[in-house]
Design a protein around this ligand. Sequence first.
Ligand SMILES: CC(C)(COP(=O)(O)OP(=O)(O)OC[C@H]1O[C@@H](n2cnc3c(N)ncnc32)[C@H](O)[C@@H]1OP(=O)(O)O)[C@@H](O)C(=O)NCCC(=O)NCCS
Length: 320
Amino acid sequence: MILASPSTRAQSHLRPLNVFHDLPAVADLIELCFSSTMDNDGRRYLQDMRRAGKDNSFVKWASQTIETASLPLTGFVWEEGGKIIGNVSLIPFRHGSQKVYLIANVAVHPERRRQGIAQALTRQALQQARAKKATSTWLHVREDNPHAIDLYAKLGFKERAKRTTWQALTSKDAILQSDITVTGRFSNDWQTQLNWLKRFYPDFLAWHRTWNFSSLRPGFWNWLYLLFIDLRVRQWSAQKNGVFEAALAWIPSGRGEGLFAAIGSRSSPEALTTLLLQARRDLAPAHPKIILEFPAGEFDQAIHAAGFQALRTLIWMQAT
Ligand SMILES: CC(C)(COP(=O)(O)OP(=O)(O)OC[C@H]1O[C@@H](n2cnc3c(N)ncnc32)[C@H](O)[C@@H]1OP(=O)(O)O)[C@@H](O)C(=O)NCCC(=O)NCCS
């Protein structure tokens, strides 16, 4: 075949993902392209993808539940000579009346890079999201991946948030002597806690959460509701000299168990450190690892002082 221009070349090789045939090859490509940054969750994701590729009944079932599945069941691949050398996934999320799409797994075989393939795939995914009347289309990219950031900026994506994922091991020995008083229950100042939460977990990213703030609301009815839906939320709040300084919640969610911190801009950072240490202690040994996702650069020292390590910082970009 004679390839006249990048656009005709794009048409001849770019096609929708076929979930019944492509998943094992896509898993191989993702493994090759992301091996240097892949964590255990990533490896589990690839295992799921390979399993789905082997078992068509699973794929059929998952295709019907596509609005909630996180497997890459829609997307596009770039194929050459029967080999998949490029991939993009398009993952739908429902949030109230919003229909949000996440572009993910953008990967091109190392031998075929810098030829516009990722750009063509991402553009196609974006067009597909628009054709499906997406309310908004997002992607996230590691802050230490400037080439990919460049690629997305060229396609009109704009940075909306930068968030660091922190991880710590739990331990019965984690304790800090300080003048912060910690209580292991819901805070008494829900409105302040809610305002702080909204700053750190902004509404425009709410589509990506599997819980909402109201699960942290104090009171009997919420307690009963949490019991009813079997959501075992843990909360701690910190006071200094009788003043509410910070709150921390632990919510087991479908996508892993997470900590959610709320602290005022004028609060003592030590309050956050103390709460995080308390969570490390109280959640041991049943939950060996705990995760906190927080805006990058905010209270970094306080989080680090509680024994948390930064795993990655992601830039969240939205299509304009
Ligand atoms: C990032 C990646 C998908 C780019 O694929 P690609 O097909 O080479 O990208 P394109 O050729 O479409 O490049 C589009 C633009 O991105 C930027 N870019 C991509 N790779 C680059 C590089 N190595 N150096 C500098 N700029 C680069 C450039 O702005 C480029 O435009 P230009 O070629 O006109 O200068 C590919 O390198 C890859 O698979 N990397 C590993 C996986 C990964 O990091 N994926 C992104 C996850 S968010």
